[in-house]
Design a protein around this ligand. Structure first.
Ligand code: SAM
Length: 345
């Protein structure tokens, strides 16, 4: 949660009296490490069962009391926790928004990413095709599994809204979830359409996450196939009435996306439909929503050489390979858009 300046402080920030350097470089960086530290030691989860004092928190998280004092002092004004008597508890907003059970597992990925981003100057000067983090870091190991946990959380935030908003073509029998990871979208569409079969396509580490999901959703698990494939290096399987790209295009360069959309055209049937969720750049909306999309785009530029693409680019890629009626809708999650298109002939 960002620091919340009061009215006078907001005025002083806008005037430049409170220096942006203090906020954007100092406070933002300190806050990243504060939050990462809390994630890494399981601080939020430790408070999940109710209020604790500093010694009990230190005991639960295997941290020192001085370390915990440092954490609680800064997390309280940020709005994550509140003090009651001598103990601390999670605020309602924290309980509602933080995935307490997943946070500790997500820490290795975010930490590895933040460390790699120290090379940001080189990224800006040289614009390396694969960014300065690179997909190879998330294809295996602790960081890869941690990345998949973060994707599970990300997917859980938008899956219900997206699946509710996207109707599949009449009589659709097969759907393909490209880079489907956890497979939560495929599970939800299979539940919405009892005659649908789904395919989740990903690297082995993504399918490991999908297998976990299938165990948790036995009612649709027998209608979902897992296909291990690299969608950049190999062709897609064919014969699908519907294909979905959840947070995929922002991780590829323009050429990679053009190629992927060509593969999607071959993978889908005559009246096939495509939907994607991504952070579409340059959309109208509040500065906050535009800021989220733009910062997510900057992150992808560093991560893998991607970005938040403008709608016009996505529309062109889709229509060039035969998908028409391209429509964009903003999702409740600020900065996230849904784009859908269908072949008309
Ligand atoms: C940003 S995550 C999106 C996960 C999910 N679609 C969602 O929206 O929540 C990207 C997924 O694509 C997979 N992926 C990335 N590049 C890939 C490639 N070239 N071939 C196969 N899978 C890939 C990753 O393993 C990861 O699971």
């Amino acid at each position: 949660m960002p620091l919340q300046p009061n009215l006078i402080e907001r005025f002083l920030i806008r005037r430049g009296t409170i220096p942006p350097l203090l906020l954007d470089l100092g406070m933002s960086t300190f806050q990243v490490w504060l939050f990462l530290g809390a994630m890494e030691i399981g601080f939020f989860k430790a408070l999940g069962d109710g209020p604790l004092d500093v010694p009990a928190l230190a005991d639960r998280t295997k941290a020192t009391e001085r370390g915990i004092e440092m954490l609680v002092e800064a997390l309280e004004p940020l709005g994550y926790i509140e003090r009651t008597g001598g103990r601390y508890r999670l605020t309602k907003a924290t309980r509602r928004s933080l995935p307490l059970d997943l946070l500790q597992d997500m820490a290795p990925f975010f930490k590895a990413q933040v460390m790699a981003y120290a090379d940001v100057g080189r990224a800006l000067r040289e614009d390396p095709e694969d960014g300065i983090f690179g997909w190879e870091h998330v294809q295996s190991g602790e960081v890869g599994r941690s990345y998949q946990t973060a994707m599970r959380w990300l997917g859980s935030q938008t899956v219900d809204e997206v699946v509710k908003k996207v109707d599949l073509p009449d009589g659709a029998r097969r759907m393909l979830d490209v880079g489907g990871s956890h497979g939560l979208y495929t599970v939800a569409w299979c539940r919405k359409y009892p005659d649908l079969r789904g395919t989740v396509l990903d690297w082995p580490i993504g399918l490991e996450s999908a297998r976990k999901t299938l165990k948790e959703h036995p009612d649709v698990a027998d209608r979902i196939d897992l296909v291990e494939r690299d969608f950049e290096e190999e062709d897609l399987p064919e014969g699908y009435d519907f294909a979905f790209l959840g947070n995929i295009i922002h991780g590829l360069g323009p050429d990679g996306n053009r190629e992927l959309f060509g593969k999607l055209a071959r993978a889908t049937t005559e009246r096939g439909k495509v939907a994607l969720v991504d952070q579409i750049g340059g959309v109208s909306g509040s500065k906050f929503a535009r800021g989220v999309a733009a910062l997510a785009g900057f992150n992808l530029f560093l991560f893998s050489g991607g970005r938040s693409y403008p709608f016009a680019d996505v529309q062109r890629w889709l229509s060039t390979v035969g998908f028409d009626d391209v429509a964009q809708t903003s999702l409740r999650q600020p900065g996230f858009s849904l784009v859908a298109a269908q072949k008309t002939s």
